[in-house]
Write a protein that binds this ligand. Structure first.
Ligand code: AP5
Ligand code: MG
Length: 220
């Protein structure tokens, strides 16, 4: 299955992608994580992307599409992918259709995680991330067991560079301008399922699992 998780910054795409491991044992391809990994390795791609990320702007389509195309051509992606944060523009969505089409595949389901702006801002402000595995925590809603340390990797958590108040607001505005049109793009194709992202993490997960089961024709 090729599944797209769509939603604004802080909607819970990364959180939900991590939880899907059991029901959907597929690699998670997060364009944001790929850019952050490239930056950590000081590659040309990472340094180029940083300029846009620090401003809360989207990295240009040709850079992003090339990076994702390279990632999904790897053998672990042969049976499907959970896309987190990609596509984010109509041009990226069309490119994804082409890329998957060449592999005899298509986007099977798009889950739109709906969350209002005040809740998004609160979530982003309290987020802490593991630099090693990318797992995200929240000071109030999903705290780590030992303060400041990843439950799985036992390394210190950090706050992302693009989680300053100005950049958070800019990212949400960019989402509304450039990514929200994808809701209509996928709804018209009969692929979009909307879930209420303002429930607690497990309730959102349960709704996503139901949508996946329905798309696969399984009884919920
Ligand atoms: P990216 O890394 O994708 O960031 P984003 O879209 O801004 O989304 P976030 O990762 O901030 O939010 P999330 O939805 O994953 O929420 P999370 O699960 O962490 O992109 C970063 C940058 O890279 C972009 O700005 C752009 O520059 C560039 N980029 C990336 N992809 C690109 C593309 N395709 N094209 C061009 N440029 C691209 O949850 C947030 C917090 O809330 C956490 O603390 C979590 O614990 C908590 N939380 C989650 N769910 C709940 C819940 N139900 N209840 C309570 N708390 C919750
Ligand atoms: Mg994320």
């Amino acid at each position: 299955m090729d599944l797209v998780l769509l939603g604004a910054p802080g909607a819970g795409k990364g959180t939900q992608a991590s939880l899907l491991g059991e029901i959907l044992p597929l690699p998670r391809v997060s364009s944001g994580d790929l850019f952050r990994a490239a930056l950590a390795n000081q590659t040309e791609l990472g340094l180029k992307a940083k300029v846009y990320m620090d401003r809360g702007e989207l990295v240009p389509d040709e850079i992003t599409i090339g990076m994702v195309a390279e990632r999904i051509s790897q053998p672990d992606c042969a049976h499907g992918v959970i896309f987190d944060g990609f596509p984010r523009t109509v041009a990226q969505a069309q490119a994804l259709d082409d890329l998957l089409g060449r592999m005899g595949r298509k986007v099977d389901l798009v889950i739109y995680i709906r969350v209002s702006t005040p809740v998004l801002l609160e979530r982003l402000a309290g987020r802490w991330t593991c630099p090693k595995c990318g797992r995200v925590y929240h000071r109030l809603y999903s705290p780590e067991k030992v303060q400041g340390e990843c439950d799985d990797c036992h390394v210190p958590l950090y706050q992302r560079d693009d989680d300053t108040p100005e950049t958070q607001s800019r990212r949400i505005a960019v989402y509304l301008e450039q990514t929200a049109p994808l809701q209509a793009f996928y709804r018209e194709r009969g692929l979009l399922v909307e879930v209420n992202g303002e429930q607690d993490i497990q309730a959102v997960h349960a709704d996503i699992v139901k949508a996946i089961q329905k798309a696969r024709g399984e009884a919920a």
